[in-house]
Design a protein around this ligand. Structure first.
Ligand code: EPZ
Length: 430
């Protein structure tokens, strides 16, 4: 079974390049089928969620061709089905974007209810509310969402919760609808803005993305474009915390520092020095980290996708810290694993009460989901001794070349598939 084997203790030093944002790219891939003209997407991360989504597009007749590792050419003219095979879709959360895109263009879609990381109940009632408001009929049939509409007509839609997925999905369904759709209480995440910018570069008329009111004036058709995906805020944040936790000095390149402000603010409270440049940030960490409190919130608040990485850092900080998860109810599954590495954490409801310890010790652990898996890798990098991390397929959903990027920063980490490779690694690193 594939796993990472890690010897902790090295401070990370050097430079790392951040890939394109997975969660923006998923929305952009779906949006690319809204035109029959050719679309070029650059800075696409080579991660398994993206590759699975591309396969799903190909399975309905969409042409997707790699120009290089991170650039693709999409042409949707030959799409011959609006039903996506559940084999592709059950595994990823973003399968729901197929609903918005297929409905927007063909007025019908059949997609299995979404899968993805098990971090909470993750309902899609707000997506469905949006599609219905645009005039579509939505049914759940044998685990599939089935949508049909004679025509789509603009409407005012108030989201009861701030949701990234429903905001993007309604944009996808509304760009070609008749009239002006208004989404109130919209999500403001950078990936929402990126999908809107992509759609506008295809000729859509979307205003207000990045605020809580998005106005979409339907256009008759969209055209081809060439577009580069924004840098991944969460991959960048993960490397920022990796530098902080290992006492490192890392320049994180190809980022938008504005998207990292809530993360930088917490690292500064924890005693790190942050240097911001035009498209990079440096995180310097010396001495023991200081306690603080973290509460996850929709953007521009501290991202839920950074909560486990934050907790891993605070569990090594001096004093007692609180981490409150307010987006997903099941995002503390890494706590048991971290406890096995020596952390002292008590979870009460949606809050983790963390008594900082001086060090972690290596252990054999498993990644419970994508971000928690990345956080446990960071913990292992800071730990005394050897750790192995199983279920790394979760981590590979969202991090391109994670072990290679960490190795370049001086980490001792290797991806192995057999037990004897673990022994070899241990012999080699001593
Ligand atoms: C997106 O998930 C991301 N996934 C998640 O990243 C991220 O954690 C999340 O946004 C929050 O930023 C993708 O972009 C593919 P939401 P999404 O809709 O869209 C509730 C990662 O690790 N809600 O913003 O599914 C929901 O239960 C992943 O990369 C409803 O109640 O999240 C949650 O409490 C994990 N009804 C809150 O809204 C709905 O119809 C926010 O969810 C939809 C959501």
């Amino acid at each position: 079974m594939e796993q990472y084997v890690i010897k902790g203790g090295n401070a990370l030093k050097g430079e790392v390049n951040i890939a394109g944002a997975k969660n923006a790219a998923l929305g952009i891939l779906a949006a690319s089928i809204l035109t029959d003209e050719t679309v070029i997407i650059e800075n696409l991360p080579d991660v398994s969620d993206i590759n699975m989504f591309i396969q799903a597009m190909q399975s309905i007749g969409c042409m997707v061709e790699h120009i290089d590792r991170n650039t693709i050419k999409v042409n949707a003219i030959a799409i011959d089905s609006t039903e996506v095979d559940e084999g592709y879709m059950k595994k990823i959360r973003a399968s729901y974007y197929m609903l918005g895109a297929l409905t927007g263009k063909y007025h019908r879609a059949k997609v299995v209810l979404p899968g993805g990381c098990k971090i909470g109940t993750r309902p899609i009632d707000q997506h469905i509310k949006g599609f219905k408001a645009l005039g579509a009929k939505v049914d759940i049939v044998s685990g599939n969402v089935v949508i049909e509409a004679d025509k789509l007509t603009a409407n005012d839609i108030y989201l009861d919760v701030v949701t990234v997925g429903a905001t993007i999905n309604i944009m996808l369904a509304a760009v070609l609808a008749d009239g002006k759709t208004i989404i109130e209480n919209a999500a403001k995440e950078p990936h929402v803005v990126d999908v809107a910018n992509f759609l506008n570069s295809m000729g859509a008329n979307i205003k207000g993305a990045g605020t809580d009111t998005i106005r979409i004036r339907g256009v008759e058709k969209l055209h081809g474009t060439t577009y580069s995906v924004i840098p991944d805020q969460i991959e960048a944040g993960t490397f920022m915390f990796a530098s902080a936790v290992t006492g490192g000095n890392v320049l994180i390149k190809n980022v938008i520092p504005k998207h990292l402000e809530s993360i930088s603010a917490k690292l500064i409270e924890m005693g790190c020095e942050i240097k911001e440049y035009d498209d990079s940030v440096r995180v310097i960490s010396e001495g023991r980290l200081k306690k603080t409190n973290i509460k996850t919130l929709p953007y521009p608040g501290f991202p839920t996708d950074m909560q486990p990485q934050g907790a891993v850092a605070l569990a090594l900080a001096e004093g007692t810290s609180l981490v409150t998860e307010s987006i997903f109810e099941n995002r503390f599954k890494y706590v048991d694993e971290l406890t096995r590495m020596g952390a002292t954490i008590k979870v009460e409801g949606n809050t983790a009460i963390i008594e900082g310890v001086e060090k972690y010790t290596g252990a054999n652990i498993s990644a419970p989901d994508l971000r928690a898996g990345a956080a446990l890798v960071i913990a292992a990098l800071a730990a005394d001794g050897i750790s192995t991390i199983e279920d790394i397929h979760f981590i590979e959903r969202g991090y391109e070349d994670f072990p290679a990027k960490l190795s370049k920063l001086g980490a001792l980490i290797e991806k192995v598939s057999e037990e004897k490779e673990v022994r070899k690694f241990i012999l080699r690193v001593g």
